[in-house]
Design a binder for this molecule. Structure first.
Ligand SMILES: C=C(O[C@H]1C=CC=C(C(=O)O)[C@@H]1O)C(=O)O
Length: 430
């Protein structure tokens, strides 16, 4: 077991968890409650979780990172005392996590159990506090927990330090060659862009913009990894599993009529439909062993985002068995990496990525999200994302990738990757 456990105090084994209902009006916008230091966030259309503090932290690595994280979380729960007055998904004990794309990545992943969680689901809102003290203490109240945050600081001038986009065209060409030579049917290749901000980054600056501009995406922040992903790897709630699969992309023009015409082109593009089919099949195959039934839509719909249009399919399944289901993290581990971020067949595509991409993806394109004490939770794929350098809050790596099939064109893929970088670039203010 390679999980490293950091508790606020090594001598304290018990988590004391308390959830109380609060008036949603007192909570307001979740993202506005995020503190400047190490905010934890999972928000879509105003619902979700914002959290801060670290009651526990597990660091994991290598191919067993998901199983190790799950075991560490289970061990912490075995010693938890919980008083949950709300009993909704996201109440009671909650852990946020984010995991590396590749088994060999230098940083494998992290799970954080926050000290304070504020959640919202429709017209319900709650506060959870987690302590490692000896006593349960008083119930949390908005007045005690929701402190006024300092004003958000702008990052100042943002400098793009490369590598230049065109250089990535050669990487894509090698991917196309691998497909045409029959090594893989599809491979997803990614690039990174190094960016330097004038001021140390206050994560609330990009997070607030992402929440405002990409409401249909899941905006996340976990241990220096932030973004707004349109792709839900898995949500598991009371035996129902959902996955939003994306693959196949076209850039938006900004002109409504032209974009509608582009949506029609995308919906009929054999290159994009082929890419999409691989991604849907990989998700259906991965959840099949855990499900008694699965619903795969016959054809994708076109998802409209401010920067791009995607082919999208919502795959759903019912978990088999009434008693013990795999947790949402176990499902995420079974699904990862899907053909939307790796390729088909999976292991051959991963080899092509290792050989031609020339970078460590870190936690980009890995699962990011949260899970609760019953194992239910939500895990997105960390796309449209950036990772802050843990040693220098002025430095970030921005990421974007594209699915490559035989009919792909390097220049078009470079342009598509630029479109996918736009949300983070804009969120930073550049
Ligand atoms: C790998 C990324 O996007 C994936 C998700 C949606 C559409 C994709 C595409 O059309 O290539 C990619 O498979 C990324 O945004 O970094």
């Amino acid at each position: 077991m390679s999980a490293t456990l950091f508790a606020a105090s090594a001598a304290v084994a018990h988590l004391l968890v308390r959830t109380v209902a609060v008036d949603p009006a007192e909570v307001g916008e979740l993202v506005d409650l995020a503190p400047p230091e190490a905010p934890l966030l999972w928000v879509r259309r105003g619902d979700g979780l914002v959290a801060w503090g670290e009651a526990l932290r597990f660091e994991v690595s290598g191919p067993t990172r998901f199983a190790d994280a799950e075991r560490a979380w289970q061990r912490a729960l075995d010693h938890a005392i919980v008083r949950d007055e709300v009993r909704l998904p996201g109440t009671g004990p909650v852990a946020f996590g984010s995991f590396a794309f590749d088994d060999t990545s230098a940083r494998g992943g992290v799970v954080v159990v926050p000290r304070v969680v504020v959640g919202r689901r429709g017209d319900r809102a709650w506060i959870t506090t987690v302590s490692t003290d000896a006593r349960l203490g008083a119930a949390p109240t908005p007045a005690r927990v929701l402190r006024r945050q300092p004003p958000v600081a702008a990052p100042g001038v943002v400098v793009d330090e490369g590598p230049p986009p065109a250089a990535w065209g050669a990487v894509v060409a090698r991917g196309i060659a691998a497909v045409r030579e029959g090594e893989v049917d599809k491979v997803v290749l990614a690039r990174d862009v190094h960016v330097r901000t004038e001021q140390p980054l206050d994560l609330r600056w990009p997070l607030r913009r992402l929440v405002a501009e990409y409401p249909s995406c899941w905006t996340f922040s976990v241990d220096g990894l932030l973004g707004a992903t349109p792709e839900l790897l898995v949500r598991s709630e009371k035996g129902l599993v959902t996955s939003r699969v994306l693959a196949g992309t076209i850039r938006r023009t900004g002109d409504e009529a032209a974009d509608l015409a582009r949506a029609a082109i995308l919906a009929h593009s054999s290159k994009d439909l082929e890419e999409h089919e691989y991604a849907v099949a990989s998700v259906a195959q991965a959840i099949a062993p855990s499900c008694s039934s699965i619903n795969v839509p016959e054809a994708p719909f076109v998802l409209h985002l401010p920067n791009v249009l995607h082919l999208a399919s919502d795959v759903t399944g019912v978990l088999a068995g009434r008693e013990r289901h795999p947790t949402s993290l176990a499902l995420a581990a079974a699904l990862h990496p899907t053909a939307a971020v790796c390729g088909t067949p999976t292991s051959a595509a991963r080899e092509v990525i290792r050989r031609v991409e020339g970078m460590d993806r870190g936690r980009y394109a890995g699962p990011v999200g949260w899970f609760g004490a019953d194992g239910d939770g939500e895990w997105g794929i960390a796309l449209r994302s950036a990772e802050v350098d843990p040693g220098d809050p002025r430095r970030l790596r921005l990421f974007a990738g594209c699915g490559i099939v035989g009919a792909s064109d390097p220049a078009a893929e470079v342009a598509e990757s630029e479109a996918k970088l736009e949300p983070m670039r804009h969120a930073l203010g550049s």
